[in-house]
Design a protein around this ligand. Sequence first.
Ligand SMILES: Nc1ncnc2c1ncn2[C@@H]1O[C@H](COP(=O)(O)OP(=O)(O)O)[C@@H](O)[C@H]1O
Ligand SMILES: [Mg+2]
Length: 215
Amino acid sequence: MLELRNIHKSFGDVRVLNGVNFRLEKGFVYTLVGGNGSGKTTLVNVISGFIRPDEGSVELKGKRIAKFLPFRVNRLGIGRTFQDLRLATQMTVYENILLALEKRKFAYPNKDQQSHVDEILKIVSLSEKRNELAGEISYGQQKLLTIGCCIANNADMLLIDEPVAGIDKDNRLKIIQLVKQLKREGKTILQIEHHHDYIKETSDHILQMEKGVLC
Ligand SMILES: Nc1ncnc2c1ncn2[C@@H]1O[C@H](COP(=O)(O)OP(=O)(O)O)[C@@H](O)[C@H]1O
Ligand SMILES: [Mg+2]
């Protein structure tokens, strides 16, 4: 489904990705592990179009996408979350999901869209937080909300950067169930995580990154 060949990326003199090769097949959960600064987030940025690689190709279902801007990559079915969340903190939980809805064109959502948002809020256990500002719910709930936005976006492939880092057990268990559910629905997931139990519970394949290469 997604194939990376010989991806290189440097920031100034610092070589961050040094010839990354891999292939992701539809319907599996892949977990990228490796020390801080090993290039995991940079790799997600390359796949999602936020960073252009210096060298190498990214192919999605046979289409070369390495030079595409993020919105185009997203239209082709790749959604992502951010390690630093990047929610619209001054908008409500409900509005954040609404903004992420696939094919949202109008400021005023119709009845179907409204009930779809409420359905997603239920899936990510945030119905009770519907009308609170995204910046005022707990950190764990904010992580759930970022995954809710990804679900709303309806991408085939989800790139999830550190879904459970720094959150409590209850929310971690919820996210484990969510990832399993997304996999059952046929989604392909590439996630970055360090949490041992979480990795064991959710991963089909583990990719170890060291000094900008997968080993
Ligand atoms: N936009 C950027 N500009 C300069 N350096 C960056 C940028 N993004 C990442 N880096 C550097 O690249 C290295 C790898 O970062 P990152 O991919 O975030 O690692 P990881 O997610 O594995 O912790 C780090 O040394 C980081 O400081
Ligand atoms: Mg990172």
